[in-house]
Each structure stands twice: as C-alpha cells, then as structure tokens.
Design a protein around this ligand. Structure first.
Ligand code: HEM
Length: 203
C-alpha cells in the first residue's frame, strides 16, 4: 500500500485530527527552571510543576469552528460532537477551516486566510492551532513520534475499512459515542458505553 498519498488525503487527515481533538486528554508537563513565569496575572514560581490540560483548548468553542456564524449561535457542529470536516478549508469559503470565523477575541496570532481563496479543492490545515490542538504536547519537547503515529493511525484505519464493511447502528444517536471521562488525563478516551455496529467482510 502506498501510504504517502493516502496520508495526504485532506478528509482522512481531518478525520484523524478531529479524532485526536475529541478523544484524547492528557497533561503536558513543564516547569520554569530559570525563574518565575508570569502568565496573565499569575506568576508560577521557579521549578513548580506546570500541567497543561490539553482538553481546555480542545473544547473551547470560542476558538474552534462549530459552523456558527455569530457569537449568539452554537453552530451545527458543537465542539463536543465529532465533525469529520472541521479541519478542512474550502476555497472561497472564508467560514471554513478549524478556527472560528470572526472570533471576537483571537487567542493566538491569526492565520493567513489567503489560502481560502487559492486552489479549487478542499485542503487540510493546522494553521493557527499550535496552542490549541495538543494531543502531542507542544514546543521543543513535543512528541517526536507524531508523524509516525499519524501514518499508522490513517493506514490502520484504511486497511480495516478496505477489508471490512462496518455499519454503525443507531447512527443518529451520538450519545454512546461521547468520550468516557473516566479516562481523563490518561491519553485516549474510549467511547462511553457500547457502540453498536454490524461488520462483514468485503467481497
Ligand atoms: C497517537 C499517538 C501518540 C500520542 C497521542 C503521543 C503523545 C505524546 C505526548 C503528549 C508527549 C509529551 C510531549 C510534551 O511534553 O510536549 C509524548 C512524548 C514522547 N513520545 Fe509520543 N505520542 C504518540 C505516539 C508516539 C510514538 C508512535 C512514538 C515513537 C515511535 C512516540 C515517542 C515519544 C517520545 C520518545 C516522547 C518523549 C519526548 C521528549 O521527552 O523529548 N510517541 N508523546
């Protein structure tokens, strides 16, 4: 199997990124070894343990695109639901892409939105997400296995689905697919409860 083109498919990359956004929870551990660190009005003393909770930014609906067009509506794709296309940019659609369109208070430097008007095919982007999408931690201690992991996740998914036809039952009911918070902070969050599906080998 030629993995490169497979792993570069925009929709598969977006599904992968959305899966890690919604179904992971971990703490990135740091300390300030050179002296107190001031963040907003808070000073963290030298050498104190700092735990950055990946879920806080992953579930911030004022930051992520939920399909909302103004601050007073939730959008069609709430932040606690899986949306396969959340990380896709559609040319000529400035409201597409992972960041909330017209966020009132940008949390990180705004990405270059010029890519919205070039090309004709949808593309995958992680622009502007460095401080918000944290399944692999961040900065210079970020997980060195992340590219390998991405390839293996997408490849494994493609192999399974090329051999098996999997049909989710009760597909309109998102309740059983909510992450199980019993595993908060421990890495992956499995679905809470049973997810009924029917499976058969492809001919
Ligand atoms: C979905 C899969 C994976 C996830 C979610 C994950 C997540 C993480 C996280 C959160 C860290 C800490 C990063 C930080 O402190 O900023 C880390 C570190 C690390 N990961 Fe992964 N990882 C994954 C797969 C892998 C794979 C496949 C490998 C090796 C082939 C790997 C090797 C490492 C190593 C060596 C470190 C320590 C890096 C250091 O301390 O400098 N990881 N990973």
């Amino acid at each position: 199997m030629n993995v490169e083109p497979l792993c570069n498919m925009p929709l598969l990359q977006s599904m992968y990124a959305e899966t890690l956004r919604l179904y992971t929870s971990l703490f990135t551990l740091r300390s300030a070894p050179h002296g107190g660190l001031t963040v907003c009005d808070l000073t963290i003393p030298k050498d104190e343990l700092i735990a950055v909770d990946s879920r806080v930014s992953a579930m911030d609906s004022s930051f992520w695109n939920t399909g909302a067009t103004s601050t007073d509506n939730e959008g069609e794709h709430p932040i606690n639901h899986y949306w396969a296309e959340r990380f896709l940019v559609y040319p000529k659609d400035p409201t597409s892409g992972p960041l909330r369109f017209n966020a009132s208070k940008p949390k990180f430097p705004a990405p270059d939105r010029s890519s919205h008007i070039t090309g004709s095919e949808p593309h995958f982007t992680m622009d502007g997400l460095a401080g918000a999408w944290l399944p692999y931690g961040g900065g210079n201690r970020q997980c060195p296995g992340r590219n390998f992991a991405k390839y293996e996740i997408i490849r494994g998914f493609a192999i399974v689905l090329s051999m098996l036809d999997v049909e989710l039952l009760d597909s309109d009911d998102v309740e059983p697919r909510k992450p199980d918070m019993k595993f908060y902070g421990l890495g992956t969050l499995p679905p809470k409860g049973k997810v009924p599906f029917r499976v058969r080998r492809r001919d």
